[in-house]
Design a protein around this ligand. Structure first.
Ligand SMILES: Cc1ncc(COP(=O)(O)O)c(C=O)c1O
Length: 402
């Protein structure tokens, strides 16, 4: 087919494909356990729902400025002051249709054909394709010791004169790793000196466990927001369980933000006005839903880790944040796509193959669903992988057999 080179280089998002497959199986009556999801199942904050509903009732649902309404930009400013200790101006912030779009317009604004976009592995599935969509070359960086955080030297060794962007996500999807402050400070400083932009994807920064906090990246630079090459990407999707509202944002140097907003003005225009009103209310409103979500996720994480210990051969480090665990299944199958397909077919458990995150032999297990799903999912995985377990397993009305 005569499609563009870019179209031919991009695949569909694997996680969205898995969601569609799980939904199809569920609709057919199968007792699917979804450990592949990327969204909390709690409800959006009441403040957000009422603000959205009130605006909807007015019937005045109009275009907004490409960078977002003044109220939305002020909410991003308030958020940045609260969580990063930096007072920024309206010219430093913009809203987008999800953090995804904010990342994408940042890449389009920064990357020329052939420029390199460097990020640690394992990485969020979309980073390589996003870099390609912007015409760039994705450069994943692996830790030689097999851990989930390359050393500073390993990161720096991957940076070349073609590097325009370093993308970081902490806590990290899929590993749940929170990157160390010294590492962040040194890497940000190195990039600032060379004019390389650091896209800090903070979409999970409030979902960190054990009383810890993710280091606010502006603590890692002495420079002003306009003089720094740091760009913070965030949004309401995960922390407020508002994935479908599609509101994310970027905070960064004014000149870059203007270029990004100009790109967005032609691409999609300002994000949905209703969703912006809801996001503003979520940011300014009561924050107990975030506290409750974090507590529920932490409890699920604890339960998952305890259960995984009982699966002989499986190795899993304790995630420090997010709602994912990136577990090493190489003792059972070194081909993660084949193993995920087998789990779906034989015991109807959805997982995401590690190869999609750049690490073969691992599976990403999500624990953002109900605790019962975590328990039942691991029970089925354990049964399938344990050769000595009986020939069949009962799961509600269904009996799985080998
Ligand atoms: C690391 C990371 N960044 C960004 C996003 C996208 O967030 P949004 O829903 O705001 O587009 C996700 C969603 O899965 C993610 O995992």
């Amino acid at each position: 087919m005569p499609f563009s080179k870019i179209a031919n280089s991009i695949g569909a998002s694997v996680t969205l494909k898995l969601n569609a497959e799980a939904a199809r199986m569920r609709a057919a009556g199968d007792p699917v356990i979804h450990l592949g999801g990327g969204e909390p199942k709690s409800l959006a904050p009441e403040s957000a729902l009422s603000a959205g509903a009130a605006m909807l009732k007015t019937g005045e649902i109009r275009y907004t400025p490409a960078a977002g309404t003044p109220a939305m930009r002020d909410a991003i400013i308030a958020y940045t002051e609260k969580f990063y200790g930096r007072k920024v101006e309206r010219t430093n912030v913009m809203a987008s249709a999800g953090a995804k779009q904010a990342i994408m317009v940042a890449l389009i604004a920064l990357v020329d054909p052939g420029d390199e976009v460097v990020f640690p592995a394992p990485y969020w599935v979309s980073y390589p394709d996003m870099a390609r969509l912007a015409g760039g070359v994705p450069v994943p960086v692996y830790a030689s010791d097999g851990s989930f955080q390359p050393t500073l030297d390993e990161m720096i060794a991957a940076i070349t004169p073609r590097t325009r962007v370093v993308m970081l996500n902490s806590p990290n999807n899929p590993s749940g790793k929170v990157f160390d402050e010294d590492w962040l400070r040194a890497l940000i400083g190195y990039c600032e000196e060379r004019g390389i932009h650091v896209l800090m994807d903070d979409i999970y920064h409030r979902l960190v466990f054990d009383g810890r906090v993710a280091v606010p990246c502006y603590d890692c630079t002495e420079r002003s927001v306009d003089d720094s090459t740091l760009v913070v990407l965030n949004g309401v999707s995960k922390q407020y369980a508002m994935t479908g509202f599609r509101i994310g944002w970027a905070v960064g140097p004014s000149r870059l933000i203007r270029a990004m907003a100009d790109i967005q003005s032609h691409q999609s225009g300002g994000p949905c006005s209703l969703s912006q009103a809801a996001a503003v209310a979520a940011i300014h409103g009561a924050q107990d839903s975030v506290t409750d979500l974090r507590a529920a996720l932490e409890s699920n994480r604890n339960e998952l880790m305890a259960l995984l210990k009982d699966v002989p051969g499986l190795k899993a480090g304790v995630p420090e944040g997010t709602f994912y665990c990136f577990a090493d299944f190489r003792a059972f199958d070194t081909d993660s796509t084949r193993l995920a397909a087998r789990l779906l077919e034989k015991v109807q458990v959805v997982t995401v193959p590690g190869v999609e995150f750049g690490m073969e032999g691992f599976l990403r297990l999500s624990y953002c669903g109900p605790g019962e799903d975590v328990r039942e999912g691991v029970r089925r995985i354990k049964w399938l992988l344990d050769e000595s377990a009986g020939p069949s397993l009962e799961a509600g009305q269904k009996v799985f057999s080998r």
